[in-house]
Design a protein around this ligand. Sequence first.
Ligand code: UDP
Length: 238
Amino acid sequence: ERPDGGYRRVLIKLGGEMFGGGAVGVDPDVVHSVAVQIANVVRTGVQMAVVIGGGNYFRGAELSQRGMDRDRADYMAMLGTVMNSLALQDFLEKEGVPTRVQTAITMGQVAEPYIPRRAERHLEKGRVVIFGAGTGMPYFSTDTAAAQRALEIGCEAVLMAKAVDGVYTADPRSDPTARMFHEVTHREVLERGLKVADATAFSLCMDNRMPIIVFNLLTEGNIARAVRGERIGTLVST
Ligand code: UDP
């Protein structure tokens, strides 16, 4: 199910924690290196949309455990993803790549609102579209935003960029017998209880036959390999 000629339009989901380099805020070195990788892919004519998490600022569930109202905490966390989006926009434009940020919560001074057909138009023109503020709804995740946006704007796959090589039979850090899957079906992921994305995001992908590629972002050039359809990481497909 990996196309020989590679993908034409993909959405990449980047975890927020990576952006923070392990701390609160953004690590410009990390964002720069991600931007360089994305720029190299876009220059080959591949259309790329991006969703970034917000774990380097806040997670609503964690704040609510410490006494905050869950909805408000989730909104705070969504605003964190907008900061990550602006940081990536900045470094991509410094690489000479035109970009647009579209947010699920309207904030006209810093970004366009989410308009799916306009997003597709940007992609056709070679612009990277970065979707900020998740789905705009509390109780959801940026994984879910990634799955939903990918479906709505006609992406051929969701690229889940991680700090691990792919999906394993068990946690490779604690279980030395853990094996990595090169290919696995959506159904098998469910049956074996494997961790690919949160349940809402995953079921959206499964129900709509959206392939997911889980791969290691920290290996230089991996975004390009994933987009070319090379066998890296784990391909989840139907
Ligand atoms: N969030 C939300 N709705 C969304 C997307 C995100 O409420 O549609 C909030 C939620 O609190 C979440 C936080 O934003 O914990 C950060 O997103 P996520 O946990 O997906 O970030 P990641 O783990 O990928 O860095």
